[in-house]
Design a protein around this ligand. Structure first.
Ligand code: FES
Length: 136
């Protein structure tokens, strides 16, 4: 299996690793098949994601996609972050091997789950779908 340089870079040197205390949105998701787990923390001010950190207990592709995904949503509005698809993250990473695509879905799922948590906290109806990475 061959990984792009970008994937190797984000895997060996992941950005935004950690936790945020008193985060405005937290998303914890897991993939039932491989048992990998991803936690996403968002700090949001006036609907803008001012900070974003993650912890991934999982494979290299999951770490690389969560790292890239946090880079892509930091400083963006909640609305923009909701538009981020796993394919956009894969594209930014210059591709992933087909068997690893589901790992990138985990990152999208974690962000959307954290945003749904934020919506619940501020009493806004969750009007978007969260794609699951582990559906058959
Ligand atoms: Fe589980 Fe990649 S193998 S997320």
């Amino acid at each position: 299996m061959k990984y792009s340089e970008k994937v190797m870079d984000h895997f060996s040197n992941p950005r935004n690793v950690g936790e945020i205390e008193n985060a405005d949105g937290v998303g914890i998701v897991g993939n039932a098949k491989c048992s990998d787990i991803m936690k996403m923390y968002l700090k949001i001010e006036d609907d803008v994601i001012t900070d974003c950190k993650f912890k991934t207990f999982g494979c290299g592709a999951a770490i690389a996609t969560s790292s890239m995904a946090t880079e892509l949503i930091k400083g963006r509005t909640v609305e923009d972050a909701l538009k981020l698809t796993n394919s956009a993250v894969v594209e930014a990473l210059e591709g992933l091997p087909p068997v690893k695509i589901h790992c990138s879905v985990l990152a999208e799922e974690a962000i959307k789950t954290a945003l749904a948590d934020y919506y619940n906290k501020i009493g806004r109806p969750v009007d978007f779908e969260i794609e699951k990475s582990h559906e058959e």
